[in-house]
Design a protein around this ligand. Structure first.
Ligand code: AGP
Length: 364
């Protein structure tokens, strides 16, 4: 992509709409139908080494950390390796145990975030193997890591990350599939995930075609005192990212919780002026999620659901197309980028350069 606005009023809007092509690009040339797997040329991790990995620890900041949460779930589900994500900014200050059988993965759009770079350097000093999932080729973190997966989102100008978030989640799906097929993921499941990945660009286009409707909803919710974002398991990192997106660009206060945690405290905040955005994939937690919607309704809370079908308990539902359940976080995040964008637009915010923020945080 060039740096011109291409007919869009803001880079954020342009970059949200570039996701169809960007996702196509991260997939291109990597799928191997013959063995129902993917080739990741820069990984520098052979099959024997991949089989020896006992844990995966993912590190990143902000949106990159949130894609790490999605990546950890994908790696656990598809490769059956225990995996978790942690803010890179905290990691090195708690004197972490660095285990030789753990594969560390640093996530960064810019590849220049100081906290992430410092975490990588600390790990390298302790002899760990560190891979990168990075957008900017040849960046400081890319140079410091032992190998990795480039995200190929193209230049992201808006301070608020959108297309890079989505592409990073897809890159994690590729990595999880690759590790899975070296370990215990069946050919049939490999094929199923590949078919799902191939559907993503067209499904993203379908979500983006619903922009007018999302714009109307954003105008309706823009005057909220605060917004609550909830989801469970695959929906939870989507809720976390959507809450950050809204805060960054519209300055509307937002909180994100696992839906299961509402009753342990945050339910006290629910009132008509504090609407809830509920991320409700059509998975085996849907019924439990619906019970949460009832709890919110009982406190006169308004609900905007992002789901695979209309939700009777919600005031509004944004319906997203179905894909394989493991890939749900990728598509479900996209309408919420548009919600944040149109909320900021309705409130007259400086969308590409939100106050107090920098695109790349190169200081501690
Ligand atoms: C994203 O919308 C944010 N501006 C911010 O959280 C960002 O993701 C974070 O600073 C990490 O940046 P990086 O991906 O370039 O390392």
């Amino acid at each position: 992509e060039s740096y011109d606005m291409g007919g869009h009023d803001t880079y954020m809007h342009k970059e949200i709409h570039e996701q169809v092509d960007a996702v196509d690009r991260v997939l291109r040339g990597r799928i191997d139908d013959r063995f129902s797997t993917v080739h990741l040329g820069g990984l520098n991790l052979d099959a024997r080494e991949a089989r020896g990995v006992r844990r995966v620890k993912i590190l990143g900041c902000g949106s990159a950390y949130h894609t790490g949460l999605i990546g950890a779930q994908l790696i656990e589900e598809l490769a059956r390796i225990p995996a978790d994500a942690e803010p890179a900014s905290e990691f090195r200050y708690r004197n972490p145990v660095v285990d030789p059988d753990t594969l560390y993965i640093a996530v960064s759009q810019s590849g220049e975030t100081y906290d992430t770079l410092a975490a990588v350097q600390e790990l390298k000093r302790k002899g760990a193997r560190v891979l990168g999932v990075i957008n900017v080729v040849g960046s400081a973190i890319a140079r410091e890591t032992d190998g990795g997966v480039y995200v190929h989102a193209g230049p992201e100008v808006c301070v608020v990350s959108t297309k890079c978030f989505t592409n990073t989640a897809v890159a994690f799906a590729l990595l999880a599939l690759h590790l899975g097929r070296i370990r215990d993921l069946s050919v049939a499941d490999g094929k199923r995930i590949i078919a799902g990945l191939r559907k993503l660009p067209e499904q993203i286009a379908e979500v983006l075609r619903g922009e007018e409707e999302i714009k109307k909803l954003a105008t309706e919710y823009a005057n909220a005192k605060s917004m609550m974002f909830v989801g469970r398991v695959r929906g939870y990192p989507v809720a976390r990212e959507a809450s950050l997106k809204l805060k960054e660009v519209s300055y509307v206060h937002a909180e994100a919780y696992p839906a299961s945690e509402l009753k342990h405290g945050p339910l006290a905040l629910i009132e008509p002026e504090v609407p809830t955005v509920a991320v409700l994939p059509d998975d085996d937690l849907l019924e439990k999620n619906r019970a949460t919607l009832e709890e919110i309704k009982a406190r006169s809370g308004r609900i905007l659901a992002v789901a695979h079908r209309e939700q009777a308990k919600a005031d509004h539902t944004i319906v997203v197309p179905r894909n394989e359940v493991e890939l749900d976080p990728i598509l479900m995040g996209i309408p919420l980028q548009l919600l944040a964008y149109h909320t900021a637009l309705a409130l007259g915010r400086d969308i590409d350069k939100p106050r107090n923020l920098a695109k790349s945080v190169t200081v501690e």
